[in-house]
Write a protein that binds this ligand. Sequence first.
Ligand SMILES: Nc1ncnc2c1ncn2[C@@H]1O[C@H](COP(=O)(O)OP(=O)(O)OP(=O)(O)O)[C@@H](O)[C@H]1O
Ligand code: SF4
Ligand SMILES: [Mg+2]
Length: 289
Amino acid sequence: MTMLRAERVTLGYGRRAVVHDVTLDITEGGVGLIGESGSGKTTLARAFLGLLTPMSGNIWYGDQTLKKADLRKFRKDVQPVFQAEALDPRMRIGTSIAEGLPRSARSRVGELLEQVGLDPDLAARRPHQLSGGQRQRVVIARALAVGPRLLILDEPTSALDVTVQARILDLLASLDTERLLITHNLAVVERLCRTSHVLFAGRVVESGPTADLLAAPAHPYTKALRDAVPRLGGAPPEARGRTEAVPAPSGCPYRLRCPLAAPECERPPALRDLGGRQAACHRAEEVLT
Ligand SMILES: Nc1ncnc2c1ncn2[C@@H]1O[C@H](COP(=O)(O)OP(=O)(O)OP(=O)(O)O)[C@@H](O)[C@H]1O
Ligand code: SF4
Ligand SMILES: [Mg+2]
């Protein structure tokens, strides 16, 4: 079942488009969105949360576009999980979590803290009196307060050290809430997302079952990300030290970095079906073998 769907969306700021013609379904089993810094992941997440209106295309929520949807229901169904730094430093943890609850349900704060593996007594503390991992759990508890069906998680563990990260991922895996997970860390999608989409410079370059993408990438960029990845933790060298993915001005956007670039790559490749997955590369068959 598809809960949210981006249909041919182009997104940007002012007149500058940074996400181009993306079609993407949020389906069961977790969906991963992978790409280096500046590839448009957070921009897409904002559009899925209804915080950014597409320049063209639509976001579908069930059988309605977000523009026409019942926003109260939507806000209850779809919750963002922010970075822990977004917690109000002056507010007690319990108050932060209770904000999302109706008055009658405020006694559930302790229960929610327990659900994310925290001692209910932490409700009386303020964010600076918690560890980074505990703060991230609080952010998750806060998102869970309204009983959402879908969590949109933007780099939920990137600020944490490796062992703490792993435990937060265990927690996320144990929740029966659907998720869109944004990350540059392939080890994370491997665990939490049945399907993944790889973004390069605002375009989907490969989509498919995560296990297939990792076992046998069809796009050279997916392959580079996979081969460069350290296990849990840290940015892949592909992403490290770059502030922005610079696309080629014409033809295949990846061609300036692609080891397989050929004259045919001066024509832009369309996303095409390769049996169970899609990739935007003229030479995908060669990459696959
Ligand atoms: N509020 C904004 N105003 C103008 N441009 C923006 C804004 N937010 C993002 N951008 C630009 O849009 C592009 C995509 O940014 P986005 O934040 O979606 O990338 P990202 O994939 O989430 O990167 P990161 O991994 O660093 O979080 C970048 O070129 C960025 O500079
Ligand atoms: S189309 Fe060409 S340049 Fe682009 S990823 Fe494929 S081989 Fe590389
Ligand atoms: Mg981002």
